[in-house]
Design a protein around this ligand. Structure first.
Ligand SMILES: C[S@@+](CC[C@H](N)C(=O)[O-])C[C@H]1O[C@@H](n2cnc3c(N)ncnc32)[C@H](O)[C@@H]1O
Length: 198
């Protein structure tokens, strides 16, 4: 996690980019899955900028999970925001503990995407949601970013939106994507565990 420890000040500033409209849109995607007081996990949530804003817009609790100590120590914890040091591939949580998982601009940093998605499916309750905001690797600019990230030791595991949908479906997380501005897209899926009603 060396890259994020030394770049932590910039990542913290980047984590404060969400405006009111951004948060309203994100919350509108999550609301159907998160009952009042429900619990959301922000995987790769950095210093918790989005977590704090979600709790201001939705009556919920958000736990930030991130492996970078230089980010996690800056999460402003409260009754509704908590922070845990750890990685997507080995989550220190119980089965079915969350109503939803959120991942913004972090999925392509996971070294083992299979392991990370298995963990998401494990910790989200049946019928809960997984929301991922990512960048589409079919854009040349994103492939160039991938080359730059690999030079600093990052995995740069970018998907196309279609590819991510297929990948998630292999883990019983069935959903759809929507293209956003530029090369961004969002995946929103429902966790269908073997024992969940169809
Ligand atoms: C570009 S930052 C995005 C932070 C935040 N989600 C946002 O949108 O501002 C990527 C984040 O992924 C985290 N990260 C890297 N590898 C990870 C892993 N294996 N599991 C969970 N988070 C990881 C980094 O520590 C960093 O906080």
């Amino acid at each position: 996690m060396g890259f994020f420890n030394w770049s932590a000040p910039a990542i913290r500033r980047y984590g404060e980019r969400w405006n009111v409209d951004d948060v309203q849109v994100i919350v509108s995607w999550l609301r159907p899955f998160v009952p009042g007081g429900g619990h959301i996990l922000d995987v790769g949530g950095g210093a918790g900028g989005l977590a704090r804003r979600i709790t201001e817009a939705l009556p919920s609790r958000v736990t930030v999970l991130d492996p970078t100590p230089e980010l996690v120590k800056h999460v402003e914890t409260s009754e509704r925001v908590s922070a845990v040091l750890g990685s997507a591939e080995a989550m220190p949580f119980e089965d079915d503990e969350f109503d939803a998982v959120v991942v913004t601009d972090a999925f392509h940093h996971f070294r083992d995407c299979d392991g990370a998605v298995s963990e998401m499916a494990r910790v989200v309750r049946p019928g809960g949601a997984v929301l991922i905001l990512e960048l589409d690797k079919s854009h040349l600019a994103i492939r160039l970013i991938g080359i730059a990230e690999r030079l600093v030791g990052e995995p740069a595991a970018f998907f196309t939106p279609e590819g991510l949908c297929a990948f998630m479906a292999q883990h019983k997380i069935e959903g759809e994507y929507e293209r956003l501005a530029g090369a961004s897209y969002r995946f929103l899926g429902v966790v269908r565990k073997p024992w969940a009603a169809a």
